[in-house]
Design a binder for this molecule. Structure first.
Ligand code: ADP
Ligand code: MG
Length: 361
Protein backbone atom coordinates (compact mmCIF):
# COMPACT_ATOMS: atom_id res chain seq x y z
CA UNK A 1 0.00 0.00 0.00
CA UNK A 2 1.52 3.33 -0.96
CA UNK A 3 1.51 6.10 1.60
CA UNK A 4 -0.25 9.24 0.46
CA UNK A 5 1.93 11.97 -0.99
CA UNK A 6 3.00 14.86 1.25
CA UNK A 7 1.60 18.30 0.42
CA UNK A 8 5.01 19.74 1.20
CA UNK A 9 8.37 18.09 1.61
CA UNK A 10 11.60 19.81 2.57
CA UNK A 11 14.68 17.59 2.35
CA UNK A 12 17.97 18.82 3.81
CA UNK A 13 16.81 22.39 3.28
CA UNK A 14 19.53 24.90 4.13
CA UNK A 15 19.27 28.67 3.92
CA UNK A 16 22.16 31.05 4.53
CA UNK A 17 22.10 34.82 4.50
CA UNK A 18 25.80 35.59 4.08
CA UNK A 19 27.39 34.23 7.26
CA UNK A 20 24.05 33.63 9.02
CA UNK A 21 22.71 30.08 8.80
CA UNK A 22 18.95 30.65 9.07
CA UNK A 23 18.02 27.00 8.38
CA UNK A 24 20.30 24.03 8.72
CA UNK A 25 19.49 20.87 6.79
CA UNK A 26 15.80 20.98 7.63
CA UNK A 27 13.61 17.94 6.93
CA UNK A 28 9.84 18.44 7.01
CA UNK A 29 6.94 16.41 5.67
CA UNK A 30 3.55 18.08 5.77
CA UNK A 31 0.63 15.85 4.83
CA UNK A 32 -2.46 17.08 2.92
CA UNK A 33 -5.19 18.59 5.08
CA UNK A 34 -2.99 19.22 8.10
CA UNK A 35 -3.09 22.32 10.25
CA UNK A 36 0.67 22.39 10.60
CA UNK A 37 2.22 24.83 13.09
CA UNK A 38 5.83 25.95 13.01
CA UNK A 39 6.49 26.97 16.60
CA UNK A 40 9.61 28.54 18.03
CA UNK A 41 11.18 31.67 19.49
CA UNK A 42 11.96 34.76 17.45
CA UNK A 43 14.82 34.23 15.01
CA UNK A 44 14.61 30.41 14.88
CA UNK A 45 13.82 30.37 11.14
CA UNK A 46 10.01 30.15 10.93
CA UNK A 47 9.50 32.98 8.45
CA UNK A 48 12.46 31.77 6.39
CA UNK A 49 10.82 28.32 6.12
CA UNK A 50 7.52 29.85 5.02
CA UNK A 51 9.21 32.16 2.51
CA UNK A 52 11.07 29.22 1.00
CA UNK A 53 7.83 27.28 0.55
CA UNK A 54 6.08 30.37 -0.84
CA UNK A 55 8.88 30.97 -3.33
CA UNK A 56 9.83 34.42 -2.07
CA UNK A 57 13.44 33.41 -1.39
CA UNK A 58 15.62 30.66 -2.93
CA UNK A 59 17.10 27.66 -1.10
CA UNK A 60 20.86 27.66 -0.55
CA UNK A 61 20.85 23.85 -0.79
CA UNK A 62 18.45 20.94 -0.38
CA UNK A 63 15.11 20.17 -1.94
CA UNK A 64 11.54 21.44 -1.81
CA UNK A 65 8.62 19.50 -3.22
CA UNK A 66 5.01 20.68 -3.32
CA UNK A 67 2.48 17.94 -4.10
CA UNK A 68 5.35 15.73 -5.25
CA UNK A 69 6.81 18.27 -7.69
CA UNK A 70 10.18 19.97 -7.33
CA UNK A 71 9.32 23.67 -7.46
CA UNK A 72 12.73 25.37 -7.14
CA UNK A 73 12.38 27.23 -10.44
CA UNK A 74 8.70 28.12 -10.09
CA UNK A 75 7.68 31.66 -9.11
CA UNK A 76 5.24 32.08 -6.18
CA UNK A 77 2.08 32.31 -8.33
CA UNK A 78 2.80 28.99 -10.05
CA UNK A 79 3.26 26.97 -6.85
CA UNK A 80 -0.36 26.35 -5.88
CA UNK A 81 0.32 27.99 -2.51
CA UNK A 82 -1.02 31.27 -1.19
CA UNK A 83 0.06 33.45 1.72
CA UNK A 84 -1.74 35.46 4.40
CA UNK A 85 0.55 38.18 5.71
CA UNK A 86 0.47 39.66 9.20
CA UNK A 87 -0.23 43.18 7.88
CA UNK A 88 -3.17 41.88 5.75
CA UNK A 89 -1.88 43.70 2.60
CA UNK A 90 -5.41 44.62 1.42
CA UNK A 91 -5.91 47.14 -1.41
CA UNK A 92 -7.29 50.21 0.43
CA UNK A 93 -9.16 51.68 -2.57
CA UNK A 94 -11.01 48.44 -3.37
CA UNK A 95 -14.12 47.16 -1.59
CA UNK A 96 -14.00 43.94 0.40
CA UNK A 97 -15.56 42.04 -2.53
CA UNK A 98 -13.16 43.61 -5.04
CA UNK A 99 -10.23 42.61 -2.83
CA UNK A 100 -11.36 39.00 -2.81
CA UNK A 101 -12.21 39.01 -6.52
CA UNK A 102 -8.92 40.59 -7.61
CA UNK A 103 -6.79 37.45 -7.64
CA UNK A 104 -9.55 35.46 -9.34
CA UNK A 105 -9.87 38.05 -12.11
CA UNK A 106 -6.09 37.92 -12.60
CA UNK A 107 -6.48 34.18 -13.15
CA UNK A 108 -9.01 35.05 -15.87
CA UNK A 109 -11.78 32.98 -14.34
CA UNK A 110 -15.25 33.52 -15.89
CA UNK A 111 -17.17 36.46 -14.37
CA UNK A 112 -19.87 34.24 -12.87
CA UNK A 113 -17.23 32.03 -11.23
CA UNK A 114 -15.48 35.09 -9.77
CA UNK A 115 -18.76 36.41 -8.32
CA UNK A 116 -19.76 32.99 -6.99
CA UNK A 117 -16.44 32.34 -5.25
CA UNK A 118 -16.25 35.86 -3.83
CA UNK A 119 -19.64 35.38 -2.19
CA UNK A 120 -18.82 31.85 -1.02
CA UNK A 121 -15.55 32.78 0.69
CA UNK A 122 -16.83 35.98 2.25
CA UNK A 123 -19.63 33.92 3.77
CA UNK A 124 -17.12 31.29 4.92
CA UNK A 125 -15.29 33.92 6.98
CA UNK A 126 -18.54 35.49 8.22
CA UNK A 127 -18.32 38.72 6.18
CA UNK A 128 -21.15 38.20 3.70
CA UNK A 129 -22.76 41.48 4.76
CA UNK A 130 -19.59 43.56 4.39
CA UNK A 131 -18.91 42.98 0.68
CA UNK A 132 -19.33 46.62 -0.37
CA UNK A 133 -17.30 48.22 2.45
CA UNK A 134 -13.80 49.58 2.12
CA UNK A 135 -11.14 47.88 4.28
CA UNK A 136 -10.67 51.03 6.39
CA UNK A 137 -14.28 50.70 7.57
CA UNK A 138 -13.51 47.31 9.11
CA UNK A 139 -11.89 46.30 12.41
CA UNK A 140 -8.48 44.63 12.46
CA UNK A 141 -10.04 41.22 12.97
CA UNK A 142 -12.42 41.74 10.04
CA UNK A 143 -9.58 42.88 7.77
CA UNK A 144 -7.74 39.71 8.70
CA UNK A 145 -10.81 37.69 7.64
CA UNK A 146 -10.88 39.49 4.26
CA UNK A 147 -7.22 38.59 3.74
CA UNK A 148 -8.07 34.99 4.60
CA UNK A 149 -11.06 34.90 2.21
CA UNK A 150 -8.93 36.42 -0.56
CA UNK A 151 -6.21 33.80 -0.10
CA UNK A 152 -8.61 30.84 0.16
CA UNK A 153 -10.78 31.92 -2.80
CA UNK A 154 -7.98 30.92 -5.15
CA UNK A 155 -8.30 27.39 -3.74
CA UNK A 156 -4.59 26.80 -3.24
CA UNK A 157 -3.37 23.36 -2.14
CA UNK A 158 -1.49 25.04 0.70
CA UNK A 159 -2.19 28.19 2.68
CA UNK A 160 0.78 29.82 4.41
CA UNK A 161 0.08 32.03 7.44
CA UNK A 162 2.89 33.98 9.11
CA UNK A 163 1.81 35.04 12.63
CA UNK A 164 -1.48 36.31 11.17
CA UNK A 165 -3.03 37.02 14.58
CA UNK A 166 -0.02 38.85 15.98
CA UNK A 167 -1.58 42.32 15.72
CA UNK A 168 -4.87 41.41 17.43
CA UNK A 169 -5.63 41.87 21.11
CA UNK A 170 -5.85 38.77 23.29
CA UNK A 171 -9.61 38.29 23.27
CA UNK A 172 -9.95 38.75 19.50
CA UNK A 173 -6.98 36.50 19.02
CA UNK A 174 -8.68 33.67 20.92
CA UNK A 175 -11.86 34.17 18.84
CA UNK A 176 -9.87 34.06 15.60
CA UNK A 177 -8.09 30.89 16.73
CA UNK A 178 -11.44 29.14 17.08
CA UNK A 179 -12.56 30.62 13.75
CA UNK A 180 -9.41 29.53 11.93
CA UNK A 181 -9.78 25.98 13.23
CA UNK A 182 -13.40 25.92 11.99
CA UNK A 183 -12.48 27.37 8.58
CA UNK A 184 -9.68 24.84 8.25
CA UNK A 185 -12.07 21.96 8.98
CA UNK A 186 -14.57 23.35 6.48
CA UNK A 187 -12.18 23.87 3.53
CA UNK A 188 -9.74 21.01 4.21
CA UNK A 189 -6.83 22.99 2.73
CA UNK A 190 -3.34 22.30 4.12
CA UNK A 191 -2.50 25.16 6.50
CA UNK A 192 1.09 25.98 7.47
CA UNK A 193 0.86 28.39 10.36
CA UNK A 194 3.79 30.20 11.98
CA UNK A 195 3.63 31.31 15.61
CA UNK A 196 5.88 31.90 18.61
CA UNK A 197 2.88 31.39 20.93
CA UNK A 198 2.79 27.84 22.29
CA UNK A 199 -0.81 28.09 23.44
CA UNK A 200 -1.89 29.17 19.96
CA UNK A 201 -0.07 26.22 18.42
CA UNK A 202 -1.44 23.71 20.94
CA UNK A 203 -5.02 24.92 20.48
CA UNK A 204 -5.18 24.80 16.67
CA UNK A 205 -2.56 22.47 15.22
CA UNK A 206 -2.95 18.90 14.04
CA UNK A 207 0.87 18.73 13.97
CA UNK A 208 3.45 21.00 15.60
CA UNK A 209 7.10 21.31 14.61
CA UNK A 210 9.15 22.96 17.34
CA UNK A 211 12.09 24.90 15.94
CA UNK A 212 15.22 26.32 17.49
CA UNK A 213 18.33 27.73 15.82
CA UNK A 214 17.28 26.77 12.28
CA UNK A 215 16.45 23.17 13.15
CA UNK A 216 13.33 21.15 13.95
CA UNK A 217 13.75 19.69 17.45
CA UNK A 218 10.54 17.69 17.54
CA UNK A 219 7.47 17.11 15.44
CA UNK A 220 4.21 15.55 16.58
CA UNK A 221 0.61 16.11 17.62
CA UNK A 222 -0.02 18.71 20.36
CA UNK A 223 -0.59 15.86 22.83
CA UNK A 224 2.65 14.12 21.86
CA UNK A 225 4.90 17.16 22.13
CA UNK A 226 3.27 18.29 25.38
CA UNK A 227 3.15 14.83 26.96
CA UNK A 228 6.47 13.50 25.68
CA UNK A 229 8.81 16.40 24.96
CA UNK A 230 11.99 15.16 23.28
CA UNK A 231 14.32 17.40 25.27
CA UNK A 232 14.59 20.18 27.79
CA UNK A 233 14.11 22.96 25.24
CA UNK A 234 10.80 21.53 24.02
CA UNK A 235 9.62 20.83 27.58
CA UNK A 236 10.40 24.39 28.54
CA UNK A 237 8.94 26.02 25.44
CA UNK A 238 5.69 24.05 25.31
CA UNK A 239 3.80 24.43 28.57
CA UNK A 240 5.09 24.84 32.13
CA UNK A 241 7.34 22.22 33.67
CA UNK A 242 9.07 21.38 36.93
CA UNK A 243 12.65 20.22 36.39
CA UNK A 244 14.13 18.13 39.22
CA UNK A 245 17.84 17.36 39.07
CA UNK A 246 19.09 14.07 40.50
CA UNK A 247 20.58 10.65 39.90
CA UNK A 248 19.12 7.40 38.60
CA UNK A 249 19.86 4.44 40.92
CA UNK A 250 19.04 0.79 40.81
CA UNK A 251 16.29 0.04 43.32
CA UNK A 252 15.35 -3.61 43.68
CA UNK A 253 13.83 -4.75 40.37
CA UNK A 254 13.37 -1.27 38.93
CA UNK A 255 14.98 2.14 39.03
CA UNK A 256 14.62 4.99 41.49
CA UNK A 257 15.54 8.65 41.31
CA UNK A 258 17.53 10.30 44.04
CA UNK A 259 16.72 14.00 44.02
CA UNK A 260 19.16 16.74 44.87
CA UNK A 261 18.62 17.13 48.63
CA UNK A 262 18.50 13.39 49.28
CA UNK A 263 14.86 12.31 48.82
CA UNK A 264 14.20 9.37 46.55
CA UNK A 265 11.15 8.84 44.33
CA UNK A 266 10.04 5.92 42.19
CA UNK A 267 10.70 5.86 38.45
CA UNK A 268 8.52 4.24 35.82
CA UNK A 269 10.37 1.78 33.58
CA UNK A 270 14.10 1.41 33.34
CA UNK A 271 16.81 3.98 32.84
CA UNK A 272 20.60 3.92 32.77
CA UNK A 273 22.29 4.94 36.05
CA UNK A 274 23.67 8.44 36.23
CA UNK A 275 22.71 12.07 36.54
CA UNK A 276 19.49 13.15 34.85
CA UNK A 277 16.54 15.51 35.14
CA UNK A 278 13.04 14.46 36.05
CA UNK A 279 10.28 16.50 34.45
CA UNK A 280 6.79 16.76 35.93
CA UNK A 281 4.04 19.05 34.62
CA UNK A 282 2.43 21.21 37.36
CA UNK A 283 -1.01 19.63 36.83
CA UNK A 284 0.39 16.22 37.83
CA UNK A 285 1.84 17.35 41.15
CA UNK A 286 -0.41 16.53 44.07
CA UNK A 287 -0.27 17.71 47.66
CA UNK A 288 -1.06 15.78 50.82
CA UNK A 289 -0.56 16.36 54.51
CA UNK A 290 2.86 15.05 55.64
CA UNK A 291 1.10 12.79 58.17
CA UNK A 292 -1.09 11.07 55.50
CA UNK A 293 0.07 7.50 55.01
CA UNK A 294 0.69 6.56 51.36
CA UNK A 295 2.62 3.87 49.51
CA UNK A 296 3.82 6.54 47.05
CA UNK A 297 6.96 8.31 48.24
CA UNK A 298 6.79 12.07 48.05
CA UNK A 299 8.84 15.13 48.63
CA UNK A 300 8.28 17.11 51.85
CA UNK A 301 8.15 20.87 51.63
CA UNK A 302 6.50 24.09 52.67
CA UNK A 303 4.04 26.25 50.70
CA UNK A 304 5.75 29.55 49.90
CA UNK A 305 3.27 31.05 47.44
CA UNK A 306 -0.33 30.59 46.35
CA UNK A 307 -1.51 32.42 43.23
CA UNK A 308 -5.30 32.35 42.90
CA UNK A 309 -6.20 32.24 39.20
CA UNK A 310 -9.95 31.79 39.22
CA UNK A 311 -10.54 28.21 38.15
CA UNK A 312 -7.23 27.01 39.61
CA UNK A 313 -4.40 28.05 41.91
CA UNK A 314 -0.67 27.79 41.33
CA UNK A 315 0.91 26.61 44.55
CA UNK A 316 4.68 26.96 44.95
CA UNK A 317 6.29 24.53 47.37
CA UNK A 318 9.88 24.92 48.61
CA UNK A 319 11.50 21.50 48.91
CA UNK A 320 15.03 20.21 49.47
CA UNK A 321 15.14 19.58 45.69
CA UNK A 322 14.20 23.19 44.91
CA UNK A 323 10.93 25.04 44.39
CA UNK A 324 8.18 23.18 42.54
CA UNK A 325 4.87 24.46 41.22
CA UNK A 326 1.61 22.53 41.49
CA UNK A 327 -1.56 23.53 39.66
CA UNK A 328 -4.48 22.85 41.96
CA UNK A 329 -7.84 22.90 40.17
CA UNK A 330 -10.83 24.37 41.97
CA UNK A 331 -14.26 22.81 41.99
CA UNK A 332 -13.19 19.18 41.70
CA UNK A 333 -14.12 16.36 44.04
CA UNK A 334 -10.55 15.02 44.05
CA UNK A 335 -9.75 14.65 47.78
CA UNK A 336 -5.99 14.49 47.08
CA UNK A 337 -5.98 18.06 45.79
CA UNK A 338 -8.19 19.90 48.25
CA UNK A 339 -8.04 23.61 47.54
CA UNK A 340 -7.96 24.98 51.08
CA UNK A 341 -4.20 25.27 51.26
CA UNK A 342 -2.47 27.86 53.35
CA UNK A 343 0.72 29.80 52.98
CA UNK A 344 3.45 28.34 55.22
CA UNK A 345 1.73 24.97 55.46
CA UNK A 346 3.89 21.83 55.53
CA UNK A 347 2.88 19.46 52.73
CA UNK A 348 4.11 16.41 50.89
CA UNK A 349 4.35 16.79 47.10
CA UNK A 350 3.81 13.59 45.14
CA UNK A 351 2.97 12.31 41.68
CA UNK A 352 2.29 9.07 39.89
CA UNK A 353 5.58 7.82 38.42
CA UNK A 354 4.01 7.42 34.95
CA UNK A 355 3.38 11.19 34.87
CA UNK A 356 7.06 12.07 35.16
CA UNK A 357 9.51 11.94 32.25
CA UNK A 358 13.23 11.44 32.57
CA UNK A 359 15.54 13.64 30.49
CA UNK A 360 19.08 12.35 30.26
CA UNK A 361 21.27 15.39 29.73
P1 ADP B 1 11.61 33.84 12.78
O1 ADP B 1 10.56 34.06 11.75
O2 ADP B 1 11.54 32.49 13.43
O3 ADP B 1 11.63 34.93 13.82
P2 ADP B 1 13.49 34.30 10.60
O4 ADP B 1 13.23 33.18 9.65
O5 ADP B 1 12.91 35.61 10.25
O6 ADP B 1 13.06 33.87 12.08
O7 ADP B 1 15.06 34.51 10.77
C1 ADP B 1 15.95 33.42 10.99
C2 ADP B 1 17.38 33.95 11.06
O8 ADP B 1 17.77 34.47 9.80
C3 ADP B 1 17.59 35.08 12.05
O9 ADP B 1 18.86 34.95 12.62
C4 ADP B 1 17.49 36.32 11.19
O10 ADP B 1 18.23 37.38 11.76
C5 ADP B 1 18.11 35.85 9.89
N1 ADP B 1 17.55 36.54 8.71
C6 ADP B 1 16.29 36.50 8.29
N2 ADP B 1 16.09 37.20 7.17
C7 ADP B 1 17.32 37.71 6.85
C8 ADP B 1 17.81 38.53 5.78
N3 ADP B 1 17.01 38.96 4.80
N4 ADP B 1 19.12 38.84 5.79
C9 ADP B 1 19.95 38.41 6.77
N5 ADP B 1 19.56 37.63 7.80
C10 ADP B 1 18.26 37.28 7.84
MG1 MG C 1 9.04 35.54 11.64
Amino acid sequence: MSESQPAIELIGATKRYGETVALESLDLRIMPGEFFCLLGPSGCGKTTTLNLIGGFIPLTSGQLLIEGRTVHDLPPHKRNVNTVFQNYALFPHMTVAQNVAFGLRMEKLPTAEVAGRTKEYLELVGLGKYAERLPQALSGGQQQRVALARALAKRPAVLLLDEPLGALDLKLRKQMQTELARIHRQVGTTFVFVTHDQEEALSMATTIAIMSGGRVLQQGSPREVYGHPANRFVANFVGDTNFLAGTVRRDGAGAAFELAGGNTVALKGTAPDGSATLMVRPEYLKLRAPSDPSPIRGLPGRIVNIAFLGNHSRVTVATSAGDVVAVVPHGTEDPTNETQRELGEEVCVWWHAENAALIQD
